[in-house]
Write a protein that binds this ligand. Structure first.
Ligand code: AMP
Length: 188
């Protein structure tokens, strides 16, 4: 199965994706993590992405899609893939559909949408910023910009998957294990 783990910044996608990938032996692909690795290693892609990330804006689709496809091709024999933080625009969702169909004869099977209120997200991200070392977690203005980008460009993707009957809403508040169990029950 290919699962899109969906939700705003701070919803818990990364935490839960790591646990789910381990339990079900899936590959975890986080575009945010791959961008951060490229920035750390000072690659050409990292240099291009860092200016957008520092402002809390989305990195342009063409850079993001190419990078995601390369990462997915590195793991051709996975049980399945959990996409974390991708797709974030309609263009990315369409590119993912074409990629999975044309190169793997597969599709997105489910989109699990973690539901958390905006004010709770800001609280969580500011708390995370104390230890994450992520500059985009450390400033409330940048956090609000990330949430605005989500509401403007990414939230509409819910309709895209709802129209295909693939969207499942998951309550994203509560204990980590509680939320994990809600998500894991969708992997059956
Ligand atoms: P994340 O780790 O998912 O919170 O992503 C951190 C930042 O990386 C975002 O604020 C964007 O600047 C960038 N980013 C991650 N994934 C994407 C994506 N699918 N499309 C565009 N930008 C992305």
């Amino acid at each position: 199965m290919n699962i899109v783990l969906f939700g705003p910044p701070g919803a818990g996608k990364g935490t839960q994706a790591v646990k789910l990938a381990e339990k079900f032996n899936y590959i975890h692909l986080s575009t945010g993590d791959i961008f951060r690795k490229n920035i750390k290693e000072n690659t050409a892609l990292g240099k291009k992405a860092s200016a957008y990330m520092a402002k809390g804006e989305l990195v342009p689709d063409e850079l993001t899609i190419k990078m995601l496809e390369d990462a997915a091709n590195e793991n051709p024999d996975a049980n399945g893939i959990i996409f974390d933080g991708f797709p974030r625009t309609i263009a990315q969702a369409k590119a993912l559909d074409s990629f999975l169909k044309d190169q793997k004869g597969q599709k997105v099977d489910k989109m699990l949408s973690l539901e958390v209120e905006d004010e709770e997200l800001i609280k969580r991200l500011l708390e995370r910023g104390i230890t994450s070392g992520r500059p985009d977690d450390a400033d409330e203005g940048i956090i609000r910009n990330r949430i605005n980008e989500y509401n403007k460009k990414t939230a509409p993707l819910k309709n895209y998957y709802e129209d295909q009957g693939k969207c499942v809403e998951i309550v994203g508040v509560g204990g980590i294990d509680e939320i994990f169990n809600r998500l894991a029950s969708e992997f059956a």
